[in-house]
Design a protein around this ligand. Sequence first.
Ligand code: NAD
Ligand code: DAU
Length: 340
Amino acid sequence: MKIIVTGGAGFIGGNFVHYMVNQYPEDMIINLDLLTYAGNLETLKPVENAPNYKFVKGDIADREFIFKLFEEEKPDVVINFAAESHVDRSITDPESFVRTNVMGTTTLLDACRKYGIKRYHQVSTDEVYGDLPLDRPDLFFTEETPLHTSSPYSSSKASADLFVLAYHRTYGLPVTVSRCSNNYGPYHFPEKLIPLIISRALNDEELPVYGKGDNVRDWLYVTDHCKAIDLVVRKGRVGEVYNIGGHNERTNLEVVKTILKALGKPESLIKFVTDRPGHDRRYAIDPTKMETELGWKPEYTFDTGIVKTIEWYLNNKEWWEHIISGEYTKYFENMYGERL
Ligand code: NAD
Ligand code: DAU
């Protein structure tokens, strides 16, 4: 099979490319990524010379480019990770989220319609369901929970999901959608909570915690998400949505304190700062459908996954230090400059 993975130079897409290239040597993995600030080819170093891997730089919202690529490659499967993914950035610049997350998705869907596809998979998020109250731990997001978004980011993701499902109903396109909770693990860009806290704590810098730090997120180790997506693509029913999560809820303050303890750093580094506007209170996924229908189970709990993650950041300082210094943006030029 020829599989186009979009956004494969980002956090989850990069981990997914590693997994697929190693797991399925008979498949060809084409990583299509625009290399925005969040795209980092240093993440792909472990697979960049694999015979079943290829990188293509391009924009999923560029219709002419996408149609030409589909014409040339005739992919069997498209898995769309590419997105503007940071909620705080969506509050200051909503338009780029509409362009990539909505128009990029419809461009890919149109190319799939034109050139034919065995499966289009949309990597979505639990944020499309909005949030849950902090005092109702009995409530969880199921696939039937109504969409009720809070931020420009989640609104753009919900909009994309609706287009994907509409293309199934209207045109019979074979699609699936997965909605996952917060991921963490290797290659996570240090603007997001966990890598931000680890990298700043290691440099003895202040750690910004929004509001009172009592918002709750449901954390999933990234490779558990990657395996779940692979399962949905291979065995999931077309036209269906699958929620992915492992019942690992923590308040933000608990997460920060766990990291400080593991690193032997003082809690005095914590600095409570002005809250994020519209800040979602609690996310919590009910993964029953993934478990009963597809037999998926996560390998890691938060306690085991966070130890593995901290170890990775300690052993791969160069990766995140290059991001903080801006060095990583030179990698494309160094690696591909003379070849393109
Ligand atoms: P990320 O920001 O780390 O990576 C996004 C990647 O997409 C980058 O490599 C970037 O260069 C690329 N990209 C951006 N715009 C593009 C465009 N127009 N054309 C081509 N490539 C483009 O994001 P992530 O955290 O890895 O998230 C990946 C996907 O998973 C997103 O769709 C996100 O909504 C979803 N998701 C993320 C989480 C999470 O916790 N991070 C949880 C659930 C779902
Ligand atoms: O739930 C899935 C979503 O998880 C994905 O769809 C998004 O792409 C991904 O970015 C993530 O969104 P969050 O907003 O939950 O992640 P973030 O790491 O930005 O924040 C996690 C929590 O920590 C949130 O409650 C805000 C808080 N926070 C975040 C940052 C960056 C802080 O308290 N301080 C910070 O500096």
